[in-house]
Design a protein around this ligand. Sequence first.
Ligand code: PNW
Length: 448
Amino acid sequence: MTHTSHFPADFQWGVATSAFQIEGAAYEDGKGPSIWDRFCENPNNIKDHSNGLIACEHYHRYQEDVDIIASLNLDTYRFSMAWPRVQPLGHGAWNEAGFDFYDRLLDALAKKNIAAHLTLYHWDLPQALQDAGGWLSRDTAYRFADYAEEVARRFGNRVATIATHNEPWCTANLGHGNAQFAPGIADEKSAIQVSHHLLLSHGLAMSAMRAVGASAKLGIVLNQWTADAATDSEADRAMAELEYARSVQWFMDPIFKGHYPELALRAHGENAPVIHAGDMDVIHQTIDFLGVNYYFRAWCSAANPPLPAPALQGVTDMGWEIYPQGLTELLMALQAEYILPPIYITENGMASADQLEDEKIPDTDRINYIKMHLDALSQAIEAGVNVRGYFLWSLLDNFEWNSGYAKRFGIVHVDYATQTRRLKDSAVWYRDYVSRQRVATMSEFILR
Ligand code: PNW
């Protein structure tokens, strides 16, 4: 190893999950149905015809899962709240039994000194709101702000951060653009209008939560990538530029600059969103942190068929190109273009076809993936990007959306027949890596 990765002394090390992917208990204690519960009722929507009814049973096994996080020597945990668990219809009555679950979870984390990073919306919209139009309806943005305000009031002093949305790009484009995700709509114009309502809901929620005055830092989590042209041709370069504008800048520019990127707006043409007077001001307000989820780069080829990405460092079990330097490049590009708040890498990790061998899961590929991305991250930090923490996706194998349980992202293996959790080699490696980082910064501190 030529480059010894180095992280700031107060750097936060964690793992991430989301409610629908691990909780199960889909209809327990008064939880209402979400669009993902509904989406899974059509087994053809999910590759292995599974659903989230049981998942990792985290709703009942949260104490064991918190103990695992603590045993890995991690000091932060990112998770999401299931909106229909705490407000079954997405408006009106709160479900106290649902809030009680998150209350117990936060207590368990606090006991272990693990800082909680809460996401309000990781894709499980109350089905009742979908029946009223979902994110295509402007009204949903106002319902979301009410929910955000209530959560900030109850938990805003017990969590380190609150993120409004996780990956609005996915909700818009996979949920409404190509129907791969709930609610299963395939309509480009709808997807773009939804992206505007998601951003609007983010802004409204920010204002509502600010008014509560809790201690939690407030922000949003975006999935991002660099967009590389397959060749030097004009067509490929234009495609890459447009891809970056439609995915990264489409969400970043409104928040940080108060307008949509001109290039993408023009490309959307008649599909451009309906924007009410004042919307952009609502969206364009200070956030305390930015969450960046990074998995791969976008590879842009105008050829027919498109040139495949070189994938010199391999592909994951999702078929995603492994491209660690994209993380450095992305963070440098963001730093050059925006005045950024502190950043968290809120997700990064890989799926692999892990097998249990003599009670061990030797997921060497995952270890390499994480190591390479941490090296890439440390390079961006050395270059001056203010990154405060890293959350590995994911703590557990879990319900990987339309891939069901067939894709395993966990550093902890889950045997779904028995719900047995077993540390994969990557979990042990990550624990030791984090410990070494702590020792390194500690001894530096002493020597200074
Ligand atoms: C993210 N894409 O999803 C989500 O935040 C997680 O819930 C999920 O489990 C994880 O990444 C792994 O998939 C994404 O197609 C899903 O570009 C799809 C894409 C990106 C992120």
